[in-house]
Ligand binder design. Structure first.
Ligand code: FAD
Length: 316
């Protein structure tokens, strides 16, 4: 029986592992297909404290992994296919192994919805982005397109006006879903313009960077090329909860519900990072809640064993 199994190897999972490992819990991290998580999709992380010159996402993953292993984290490069988290003994299965643990930390992240057009995957991190806070700075004085018509598209589009020369919102309908106040702010902003009734059929580039889009008007059928420097896609996120959704309570947006100590509705089951955070979705916030989950698992295991908790968490 293991003390703790951590599902997911992004900033949240590895930070939970560092804390759990340093508390002698010998955590097992099951990495999933995306070793290192979403940060590995970017070549430039400039907002993670401690790296004043920025850092490639893959380099960051390797540092996280090294630090977690230094304190005794065990890593399994596999995918969890089934869990039973409802009992005192937590069951976690991969295709060919079954593990038992006293506690489980869920750190499976959330995936930005893709447009699903040619060029999109090829140019992620090279002009295709899903996060204005992360990448807006790279588009200073450039012309960028925002895709989407909801609150996050307008919110992030308005944020981009701090950097970009021009922000064009392309929407497949002739009106937006976003709140009226955000719409007013966008309509009033001289850097923002709109292309209505239009879908993106392809993202094109020169091999290194995005250079333009192929667009089609859904009403007239008219198609054409549209040169741009970058495209920000805000059409929603899928929290990766399929494995857990019948056991763990979710919020109205399908993110795992946690209290402020990363506890779920199931005792001994904690969730951290983007899978329980529909608001910030940053590497540093994921790492922050990973720290909380690691400390909470430590406390839970210590209490199960009748040991006084060695840390100083409040007991409320
Ligand atoms: C292109 C891009 C650029 C970004 N740039 C920045 C930036 O500059 N700065 C910043 O702070 N943030 C950035 N972000 C956001 C940041 O990457 C995320 O907020 C962060 O990675 C979330 O960490 P996480 O650990 O919660 O989840 P993730 O990083 O999403 O990791 C989830 C982990 O769960 C694993 N997993 C999923 N399902 C299973 C399963 N069934 N079994 C086992 N494992 C599973 C995956 O393999 C993965 O390892 C960017 C995101 C993207 C997509």
């Amino acid at each position: 029986m293991r003390d703790v199994i951590i599902i997911g190897s992004g900033p949240a999972g590895f930070t939970a592992a560092i804390y759990a490992a340093r508390a002698n819990l010998k955590p097992l991290v099951i990495s999933g297909l995306e070793r290192g998580g979403q940060v590995t999709l970017t070549d430039d992380l400039e907002n993670f404290p401690g790296f004043p010159d920025g850092l490639g996402g893959y380099d960051m993953y390797q540092l996280f992994e090294k630090q977690a292993q230094r304190f005794g984290t065990e890593l399994l490069y596999d995918v969890v296919t089934h869990v039973d988290l409802t009992g005192d003994v937590k069951i976690v299965k991969t295709a060919d192994q079954t593990f038992e643990a006293k506690s489980v930390i869920i750190a499976t992240g959330s995936t930005p919805k893709r447009l699903g057009v040619p060029g999109e995957e090829q140019y992620i991190g090279k002009g295709v982005s899903y996060c204005a806070t992360c990448d807006g700075f790279f588009f200073t004085d450039k012309h960028v397109v925002v895709v989407g018509g909801g609150n996050s598209a307008l919110d992030e589009g308005l944020y981009l006006t701090r950097h970009a020369r021009q922000v064009t919102i392309i929407h497949r309908r002739d009106r937006l879903r976003a709140d009226a106040i955000l719409q007013k702010r966008a309509f009033d902003n001289e850097k923002v313009d709109f292309v209505w009734d239009t879908v993106i059929e392809e993202i094109v580039g020169n091999g290194d960077m995005v250079t333009g889009l192929k667009l089609k008007n859904v009403k007239t059928g008219q198609a054409g090329d549209y040169p741009i420097d970058g495209i920000f896609i805000f059409i929603g996120h899928y929290p990766n909860v399929d494995l857990f959704k019948d056991q763990v309570d979710l919020d109205e947006m399908n993110y795992i519900k946690t209290d402020r100590r990363t506890r779920t509705n199931l005792v001994g089951v904690f969730a951290c990072g983007d899978v329980q955070d529909s608001i910030y979705r940053q590497a540093i916030t994921a790492a922050g809640s990973g720290c909380q989950a690691g400390m909470e698992a430590e406390k839970y295991v210590a209490e199960l064993e009748g040991k006084a908790y060695p840390g100083k968490l409040d007991k409320k």
